[in-house]
Design a binder for this molecule. Structure first.
Ligand SMILES: Cc1cc2nc3c(=O)[nH]c(=O)nc-3n(C[C@H](O)[C@H](O)[C@H](O)COP(=O)(O)OP(=O)(O)OC[C@H]3O[C@@H](n4cnc5c(N)ncnc54)[C@H](O)[C@@H]3O)c2cc1C
Length: 473
C-alpha cells in the first residue's frame, strides 16, 4: 500500500463552491489539518442547485448553506470569503489574492467552477459595462438575490435559454405568478439532453402550467419596447433572465501557464497535465476531453482528489452522466446520452398525460434513458443502468409500460437512491434519522430529488433497536 503523506501538507483550494466544499469535507474526514479555502463570493459555501428553489420561494436563502464558517473553524480549516485569487505562481508555489496577500501552497486545487456566457443580444450591456437593469444572470447567490428583489412590481419575464437551468428558472418565475416566456434557439427544449419527442412533451407541459415557449427563435436585441426575436416577434417584458450556457472558469489556470482547452486539462489523478502539484475538480476541469457541469461528477472528483492527497492509489475514469431537472410539476431525468448513444430504442410518449419514456438498449443492457413527466421508475432504471443488467427481450418494454413502478422499499440494498452523492439504499437503511443520512452520506444535500425516497426508506426501517444491532454486528 502507498505510504500516507503527512496530513499537515498545506493544501490551498481556490473556490468555495460545491466541489470545494465536498473536497474539504473529505479531507477533514481523512485527518488533513492544514487547509486553506479561498472563495471569491462573500457568502458561506452554499448549494447552488437550490438557488431556483429560493427564486421560487420554497427555500429560505439561509437553508442553502452547505457548511457554516463555524464548521470550518471547528475543523481547523482557514476559510477566507471574498478572497479572489488573482494569480498562481507555480515556481514560487504561491497564490496572490486580490488585496495583494500571497499564500504559499504545497498542493493546490482549482475548483473555480464555471461562468455564464452572455448571448449575442444587442442592448444587454450598457455603455458602462453593467447589465441593463431588466437583465439578470442566474449563477450565484447574489444573482438570485438581485432577481428576487427585481420580482416586486414585475408582471412578466422572458427566460433566454431552454436548457435545464432555463426551465428551472421559468418554472420558479411562473410559480411566483409572473407571466413567463422561454426563448430557445434550438428546435426543441433541452436539446443537449433529450430528443424532439421529449422536448415537445416538455413544451406542452410548460404551456399547460402557463409558460409560453418559443423554439427555433433567437433573441437578438433588447429595446425599450421589449426583447426582439429573429422571427419578428417582440416580447414585452419587465425581466430578462439569461440562462443560455456557461463555460468553465479557466482564466486563472491559463495565466498560470497550465494547459486549458475547454477546461483545465487533467490526468487520471485529476492533476494538471503540466504540474503534479496542481489539481482541478468540478466544472472547471477537463478529463478525457470532457468537462462536466453537474454536481454528481464534481462530488465524485472531489472524493477522488481527497483520496489521492491522502496517499491512496486511485484513478479517475470519468463519471457517468445523470441529469435531473429540479422544478415544481416538471420532472425530467436523463441517464447517459440517449440521443447520441447507439442502440435499440424503446420509446413511449403519452401526450395526454404529458409523459415520455425512452430506453436505449445495446446487447440487452440499458445504455441511456430519458424520463419526462413521471420519474417513478427512475430508481429501478438507474439500478439496471449502473449494474449493466442484461435484460430479456420483454423487459425494456415492461419497464416502461408496467403500471406498478418499484417503490423505494422494494429496492435491493445496492440500488442507488441519491445520484448526486452516489448513495445506495443499503447505506440509507443503515441510518437512523434524516440528520444522520445527511451527515454520514450527504444524500438529500444535493438536488434533493432523492428526499422522498430517503424518507420512505427511513419510515420502512425495522425498529431502531433491530437496525442498530444490525449495524453493530
Ligand atoms: C442555478 C443553477 C442550478 C443548477 N442546478 C443543477 C442541478 O439541478 N443538478 C446538477 O447536478 N447541477 C446543477 N447545477 C450545476 C452545479 O451547480 C455545478 O455543476 C456545481 O456547482 C459545480 O461545482 P464547482 O465547485 O465546480 O463550481 P461552483 O459551485 O460554481 O463553485 C466555484 C466557486 O469558485 C469561485 N471562484 C471562481 N474563480 C475564483 C477565484 N479566482 N478565486 C476565488 N474563488 C473563485 C466561484 O465564485 C464559485 O463560488 C446548477 C447550476 C446553477 C447555476
Amino acid at each position: 500500500m502507498t505510504p500516507r503523506p503527512p496530513t499537515d501538507t498545506r493544501t490551498v483550494v481556490v473556490g468555495s463552491g460545491m466541489a470545494a466544499t465536498r473536497l474539504v469535507e473529505e479531507l477533514v474526514a481523512r485527518g488533513h489539518d492544514n487547509l486553506i479555502v479561498l472563495g471569491d463570493e462573500p457568502h458561506a459555501p452554499y448549494n447552488r442547485i437550490l438557488l431556483s428553489a429560493v427564486l421560487e420561494g420554497t427555500h429560505r436563502p439561509e437553508s442553502l448553506t452547505l457548511r457554516t464558517p463555524a464548521w470550518y473553524a471547528d475543523h481547523g480549516v482557514d476559510l477566507r470569503l471574498g478572497a479572489r485569487v488573482l494569480e498562481v505562481d507555480r515556481e514560487r508555489r504561491d497564490v496572490m489574492l486580490v488585496d495583494g496577500e500571497t499564500i504559499g501552497y504545497e498542493r493546490l486545487v482549482l475548483a473555480t467552477g464555471s461562468i455564464p456566457t452572455l448571448p449575442p443580444i444587442r442592448g444587454l450591456v450598457r455603455m458602462d459595462g453593467t447589465l441593463h437593469p431588466k437583465v439578470h444572470a442566474f449563477r450565484s447567490f447574489d444573482d438570485c438575490r438581485r432577481l428576487v428583489a427585481g420580482l416586486s412590481g414585475a408582471r412578466n419575464a422572458v427566460v433566454v435559454g431552454g436548457g435545464l437551468l432555463g426551465l428551472q428558472v421559468a418554472r420558479a418565475l411562473s410559480v411566483r405568478g409572473l407571466a413567463t416566456e422561454v426563448v430557445e434557439g434550438g428546435e426543441h427544449l433541452l436539446r443537449s439532453q433529450v430528443g424532439a419527442a421529449a422536448g415537445a412533451v416538455l413544451a406542452r407541459g410548460l404551456e399547460r402550467l402557463g409558460t409560453t415557449v418559443y423554439t427555433g427563435a433567437r433573441a437578438v436585441r433588447l429595446t425599450d419596447q421589449g426583447l426582439v426575436l429573429d422571427n419578428g416577434f417582440t416580447l414585452e417584458t419587465d425581466l430578462v433572465v439569461l440562462t443560455a450556457g456557461g463555460r468553465p472558469s479557466t482564466a486563472l489556470a491559463r495565466r498560470a501557464g497550465l494547459t486549458v482547452r475547454r477546461g483545465v486539462v487533467v490526468d487520471d489523478r485529476l492533476r494538471s497535465v503540466d504540474d503534479p502539484l496542481v489539481h482541478a475538480v468540478g466544472d472547471c476541469a477537463e478529463h478525457g476531453g470532457r468537462t462536466t457541469g453537474f454536481v454528481p461528477p464534481a462530488w465524485e472528483q472531489a472524493g477522488l482528489v481527497a483520496a489521492h492527497l491522502s496517499g491512496d492509489d486511485v484513478s479517475y475514469t470519468g463519471s457517468r452522466s445523470v441529469a435531473r431537472l429540479r422544478a415544481t410539476d416538471l420532472e425530467v431525468a436523463v441517464l447517459g446520452d440517449p440521443e447520441r448513444t447507439e442502440g435499440q430504442v424503446v420509446e413511449m410518449t403519452n401526450p395526454v398525460v404529458g409523459t415520455h419514456r425512452k430506453l436505449v438498449v445495446r446487447d440487452g443492457v440499458i445504455v441511456g434513458a430519458t424520463l419526462v413527466g413521471d420519474l417513478s421508475r427512475i430508481g429501478l432504471l438507474t439500478q439496471h443502468y449502473d449494474r449493466g443488467t442484461v435484460l430479456g427481450p420483454e423487459e425494456p418494454g415492461a419497464l416502461l409500460l408496467g403500471d406498478r413502478p418499484t417503490r423505494p422499499a422494494q429496492l435491493p440494498d445496492h440500488a442507488e437512491i441519491c445520484a448526486c452523492a452516489g448513495v445506495s439504499a443499503g447505506r440509507i437503511r443503515a441510518c437512523s434519522s434524516l440528520e444522520q443520512v445527511c451527515e454520514a452520506t450527504r444524500a438529500t444535500t444535493g438536488c434533493g430529488g432523492c428526499a422522498p425516497a430517503v424518507r420512505q426508506l427511513l419510515a420502512q426501517r425495522p425498529s431502531l433497536g433491530t437496525t442498530l444491532e444490525g449495524i453493530r454486528s
